[in-house]
Design a protein around this ligand. Structure first.
Ligand SMILES: Nc1ncnc2c1ncn2[C@@H]1O[C@H](COP(=O)(O)OP(=O)(O)OP(=O)(O)O)[C@@H](O)[C@H]1O
Ligand SMILES: [Mg+2]
Length: 234
């Protein structure tokens, strides 16, 4: 039996003041799968996540989640349906402690968290009582991940987690993300650090100018002339 297609993005368009940031992007993610979304700066990766997570409304196309259109639904509603995300630039509640930042999500969520102790899971439990404002940018990204896991997603969108983390932290977090996917959570990973992408994914989608230009494994992407031209050759 073919794996269930948890998410289907179908020909989605997003226009900012006449500029087509997404120009008919289509992709799908199956339950428990880890898919990489890569491409040059400004190619539309974050916009794609902003649409899937309900932060932005698409100007064309459709998004199906668990077989139903979720086009135009809010982030709040989608979170309850099982779509959660991290942000390229996390914005924790800076006056709250690390633990309180997670508790806020816990009180709002009516789903079971993906893991028993999200802070422990991302390696931040030793900083539970620290104010979020005192965290490094890498730690703020881990906190953002802990918050997303607290909401208990079926689909987790991760936008550039690697920047600001050490190689050791990255290895640990990669293993843990794989562990989450084994429990059935699908992950869509936006990342410039291709070693990290390679560790995590069997399949990548390469974007350029709001469109998909390649889909396959990363090794094949590296052999693709167009991908090298617009992205890897830079
Ligand atoms: N809210 C917005 N208003 C206007 N333009 C936007 C907005 N969000 C994104 N854009 C534009 O859309 C294009 C795609 O941006 P996006 O952030 O999706 O790229 P990206 O692939 O995530 O890039 P990066 O790798 O640098 O994070 C860019 O030209 C960007 O300036
Ligand atoms: Mg981005």
């Amino acid at each position: 039996m073919a794996p269930e297609r948890l998410l289907v993005v179908n020909n989605v368009v997003k226009i900012f003041g006449g500029f087509r940031a997404l120009d008919g992007i289509s992709l799908d993610v199956s339950a428990g799968e880890i898919v990489g979304l890569v491409g040059p700066n400004g190619s539309g990766k974050t916009t794609c996540m902003n649409i899937i997570s309900g932060l932005y409304r698409p100007d064309g196309g459709d998004i199906l989640f668990k077989g139903k259109s979720v086009r135009g639904k809010s982030m709040h509603v989608l979170s309850k349906s099982g779509i959660n995300r991290t942000f390229q630039t996390p914005k924790p509640f800076k006056g709250l402690t690390v633990r309180q930042n997670v508790e806020v999500v816990h009180r709002r969520a009516d789903r079971k968290a993906s893991v028993d102790d999200p802070l422990e899971f991302v390696g931040l439990s030793h900083l539970s009582d620290r104010e979020a404002a005192a965290l490094t940018s890498g730690q703020q990204k881990l906190l953002d991940l802990a918050r997303a896991l607290t909401a208990g997603p079926d689909l987790l969108l991760v936008d550039e987690l690697a920047a600001g983390l050490s190689p050791v932290e990255l290895d640990t977090i990669a293993e843990r993300l794989i562990e989450i996917s084994r429990r059935g959570v699908a992950l869509l990973i936006v990342e410039h650090l291709l070693g990290f992408v390679n560790q995590l994914t069997q399949r990548v989608i390469v974007m350029n100018a709001g469109k998909e230009i390649f889909e396959g494994d990363l090794a094949s992407a590296a052999q693709n002339q167009r991908v090298v031209e617009v992205y890897l050759g830079q």
